[in-house]
Design a protein around this ligand. Structure first.
Ligand code: FAD
Length: 303
């Protein structure tokens, strides 16, 4: 699934390489069918496979202003062109630990060196590793459009397909609250070494709002928030004390998240009053995986 406007088929492919954001927005406006390319790890795979034929490309690789971050009102404004490799470094990990942990697992080193936060968000693949973290953080997306216009939307709006990037728009920044509290990101890939997530879980503690927020990735088209489980477990935390929870509570949270994100099938009309339908073995395995990730993720965040 891509949250960007469809790529129009064309034969010529002019490439613009702007040096500033203003130039990039102008280049997008000049050719309405132009497609932005950051690291190219997703886009070029589509081009090489013959699935995409962008009429024109606007390369974002020279936009130094989108490769770092700045601070604003208790938030970090992350540039859309931050690479996974940059987000993996210790200074970034101190700031937003779960996002750094997700970036460290996003593909092999070549992909992490080129692939960007913005590309991960706009591609919006269910297995996108930064997405559950951004959902748990309640992140917002800053978007620049033609004629100097800009707008801000919650990340969930884009991932749920309720809002899309319109023609000529660029994702410029991601606004993330700085929580100064433990966070975790864990991912199951089904094989050793780097790989796409079969399931992933982000857990963040928000001591100011006294919330524990959790998002589960890869089990649905967009990250899922088990809101009831979040509220239940947050109500058991002694926010003014040690914030420790009994192992049974942490285990029950895992079960709660697993049940919420991989629910039992609804009984069909023929099963009314009879035996409840069972989850197929593969889904049962997925639920157990999600439960284990959520249990461990919460355990780490509270350790
Ligand atoms: C071998 C391999 C392994 C991978 N493993 C993982 C993995 O484990 N986890 C994971 O999450 N991903 C993985 N990926 C996917 C990919 O690397 C990430 O999604 C990456 O973050 C994409 O970023 P990019 O800069 O390369 O995007 P690009 O390919 O440049 O762009 C992707 C899409 O986003 C649009 N776009 C990019 N930047 C902007 C912007 N600023 N504004 C508007 N639109 C924009 C492009 O037009 C395009 O539609 C893998 C890819 C490969 C090839």
């Amino acid at each position: 699934m891509s949250t960007h406007a469809p790529h129009a088929p064309h034969t010529a492919q002019p490439v613009a390489l702007p040096a500033t954001l203003d130039e990039a927005v102008a280049a997008m406006a000049a050719v309405p069918a132009a497609v932005p390319v950051a690291g190219g790890t997703d886009l070029m795979a589509g081009v090489n496979a013959g699935r995409l034929r962008p009429a024109a490309l606007v390369g974002l690789g020279r936009l130094a202003e989108l490769k770092g971050w700045e601070y604003q009102d208790g938030h970090a404004l992350l540039g859309a062109c931050l690479t996974h490799a940059r987000m993996s470094r210790p200074d970034f990990a101190t700031l937003i630990p779960a996002l750094a942990a997700a970036a460290r697992t996003a593909g092999p080193p070549q992909v992490r060196n080129a692939g960007t936060l913005g590309g991960n968000i706009v591609t919006a693949a269910p297995s996108g590793d930064t997405l559950p973290v951004l959902a748990a953080l309640d992140a917002a997306l800053l978007i620049a459009g033609p004629d100097g216009g800009s707008r801000e939307i919650p990340v969930g709006q884009l991932l749920a397909g309720r809002d899309r990037l319109r023609g000529g728009e660029l994702l410029t920044h991601v606004r993330v609250p700085l929580l100064y509290a433990p966070q975790s990101f864990l991912k199951a890939t089904g094989r050793t070494g780097p790989g796409r997530a079969q399931a992933s879980v982000a857990v963040v503690l928000d001591p100011v709002r006294r919330e524990i927020r959790c998002a589960v990735g890869a089990v649905a088209p967009m990250p899922l928030r088990p809101l009831e489980a979040e509220r239940w477990v947050a109500s058991l935390v002694d926010w003014d004390g040690e914030r420790a929870l009994a192992p049974e509570v942490v285990g029950a949270f895992g079960e709660y998240v697993g049940m919420a994100c991989v629910p039992d099938p609804e009984p069909g009309p023929e099963q009314e009053g009879g035996e409840a339908p069972r989850l197929p073995p593969a889904m049962l395995h997925l639920r157990r995986t999600v439960s284990a990730l959520a249990r461990r993720g919460l355990g780490r965040a509270l350790a």
